[in-house]
Design a protein around this ligand. Structure first.
Ligand SMILES: [Fe+2]
Length: 328
């Protein structure tokens, strides 16, 4: 596979509805009032535009994330950390068995540029693809305005830990970060820290539930502490994960409150593997060879524990490591 260069279409290619089309290698993306159309050598794929923008937002915001971001059961990206595959049907058994899949590899930063430009052009005023459906406007119709401000939010990462001097601040009303309407019952007090003399600068704590209850986005992890390759990511979930995330390593989930129902499928074929209902206090290890999509009927808090060790994808895909972390 060769690395292609992504090309942003010239201004002036806007269609009658005001939307520009975009190209990346041999892919071409167009939108109309309701749908995103993805043209590729050998075919054309179509997605409901709101679902497409919500998925695109995660792919851009997460920098293609760990492993696979499946926009639906056909279209997606596969991260090689520096380069990224944009594929149609690669992880769909029917496409693959009939040799109808198509894959092109890009420098990650080139494809990200095209995705960012497309997301900005196709997102209308009042629609925030990071927000829960009940907290934002609609994505449809002819082009009207933009919502660049909402799109420029980046995934927030603490250098060491939230609240330390020089690190991410604790969220407050004063900073414009109110408690979400569905988390009014989450206590907002902060822990008391009583360090031994001489250790005042080395002990720290903050109320992570309070911090997370003030997140205004859904299905977008905030990395709240970072110790070597161990990343604790807190996230608020409402409605459904806009993608199927395909793991390339084990990923741990800790359900903090309320409930998420997960669809688990085989990562390569999409064949259903399990339904997992996680309630407050439940812990699950998502295996390295699956994809998952979550449904959260009420806004809930989930901790995602990621292992950032760059050697893991190869060790799992080669079979050196089993796809699950423990045998009972
Ligand atoms: Fe995931």
């Amino acid at each position: 596979m060769s690395t292609a260069t992504a090309v942003i279409e010239e201004q002036g290619t806007a269609n009658d509805l005001g939307y520009h089309s975009f190209s990346a290698g041999q892919y071409r993306f167009e939108r109309d009032e309701y749908f995103a159309h993805i043209y590729y050598p050998g075919g054309r794929h179509l997605m409901h535009v709101e679902a497409f923008l919500r998925a695109l937002m995660r792919d851009v915001g997460w920098g293609f994330f760990y492993g696979t971001v499946n926009f639906d059961d056909v279209l997606g990206t596969l991260n090689h950390y520096g380069t990224v595959d944009l594929f149609v049907g690669l992880l769909n058994q029917a496409y693959k068995s009939r040799n109808r899949h198509y894959v092109e590899t890009f420098n990650s930063k080139d494809l990200k540029k095209v995705f960012e430009a497309m997301l900005d052009d196709w997102t209308n005023e009042g629609f925030d693809p990071y927000a829960a459906p009940d907290e934002t406007g609609n994505a449809y119709g002819p082009k009207r305005g933009n919502n660049s401000k909402a799109l420029k939010r980046e995934r927030i990462v603490a250098k060491r830990m939230v609240g330390l001097p020089g690190d991410l601040d604790i969220r407050t009303d004063a900073a414009g970060q109110p408690v979400n309407r569905q988390f009014l019952d989450v206590p907002q007090d902060q822990p008391e820290v009583h360090a031994e003399p001489g250790f005042e600068g080395e002990v720290h704590a903050f109320n992570m539930f309070a911090y997370t209850s003030r997140s205004d986005v859904t299905w977008n992890p905030s990395v709240v502490s970072n110790v070597k390759d161990s990343q604790i990511c807190a996230t608020t979930e409402e409605h459904m994960l806009p993608i199927f995330h395909g793991n390339d390593r084990v990923e741990w989930f800790i359900q903090i409150c309320d409930e998420i129902i997960w669809d688990i499928e085989d990562g390569k074929t999409g064949r259903p593997r399990a339904k997992v209902v996680m309630r407050a206090g439940d812990v699950a290890a998502m295996p390295a060879d699956i994809r998952h999509k979550g449904y959260s009927p009420k806004r809930s808090i989930l901790i995602v524990w990621e292992n950032n060790d760059g050697t893991l994808p190869q060790r799992y895909s080669s079979g050196q490591l089993k796809p699950y972390p423990v045998e009972f």
